[in-house]
Design a protein around this ligand. Structure first.
Ligand code: NDP
Length: 254
């Protein structure tokens, strides 16, 4: 599989799933745009990519909720085109319908959903030129309810419908739109819930014990699924929501 001469924008490339996908796609010869707010961590990813012998990526320190125009315009200015948009940037907070504040709800929707609408809209003319594609990083939480992750579940369920509606809309333009729906993947995401390393390990162990494959996911699992869906070998796939979950959903877990 090769992404030679393909320009790939990865949002949330400073950490976790986005970082892994960017490094993996760069190894497959993609020209990568690294988007996130933390310039220092983006620069570390850039150095890692260069150290691997891959082409030098473009670092764009940007907030997906505010800077969609800058992200698309700077990418085109630098590389001349866009082949793939990976909407991965996201956040998770813990709350239920009983205690969620509208401020927290709006923030999650803004980052996980609204930003994707904006970036998608602005990328369409460029993706039409290249017959490119979009990959949204959703979650098993889009497909299965988790009561204490209210805003997160709602944002990912809506992202799944955004993926499918956009896929139908954009197919006549030759643009594919797909999503992956990962279960628990070992990334810094869970630390943002305010848990310490011990609690994090206990959480991962509890997932591990009920996931059919007997382990939680690793960034390499999402990277390879993202490469497949955004690559040429998936040229007849659009509107797909692909669980990357070790069988968790099939077994009734999230
Ligand atoms: P991380 O916390 O490791 O990474 C989150 C990334 O999102 C960071 O690079 C962060 O960059 C970026 N980000 C957050 N808010 C913004 C913003 N406003 N503008 C730009 N970038 C932003 O988490 P993961 O890698 O785990 O999560 C990536 C995606 O995967 C998310 O959409 C998440 O919902 C999804 N996912 C994760 C699962 C898991 O178990 N880990 C399971 C299922 C789905 P910066 O701080 O530099 O802005």
């Amino acid at each position: 599989m090769s992404f030679k001469d393909k320009v790939v924008i990865v949002t949330g490339a400073s950490s976790g799933i986005g970082r892994g996908a960017a490094i993996h796609l760069a190894k497959l010869a993609a020209d990568v745009v690294l988007v996130g707010r933390n310039q220092e961590r983006l620069n570390e990813v850039k150095q890692q990519i260069i150290a691997n012998g891959s082409s030098e990526p473009l670092v764009l320190a940007a907030d997906v909720t505010k800077d969609s125009e800058k992200i698309i315009n700077e990418s085109v200015k630098h590389f001349g085109k866009i082949n793939v948009l990976i909407n991965n940037a996201g956040m998770m907070t813990e709350e239920s319908i009983e205690n969620v504040t509208m401020e927290a709800f709006d923030k999650t929707i803004d980052v996980n959903l609204r930003s994707v609408v904006q970036l998608t809209q602005k990328a369409i003319p460029y993706l039409e030129q290249t017959k490119g594609n979009i990959l949204n990083v959703s979650s098993t939480a889009g497909l299965k309810a988790v009561p204490n992750l209210l805003s997160y579940c709602v944002s990912k369920a809506a992202l799944d419908q955004l993926t499918k509606c956009s896929a139908l809309n954009l197919a006549p333009k030759g643009i594919r739109v797909n999503a992956i729906n990962p279960a628990a993947i070992r990334t810094p995401l869970y630390k943002a819930l305010g848990i310490d390393s011990k609690a994090e390990q206990e959480l991962f162990d509890s997932y591990k014990s009920h996931y059919p494959m007997g382990r939680i996911g690793e960034v390499s699992d999402t990277s390879s699924a993202i490469a497949y869906l955004t690559g040429d070998s998936a040229s007849f796939l659009t509107g797909v929501l692909l669980p990357v979950d070790g069988g968790a959903l099939t077994a009734g877990y999230d």
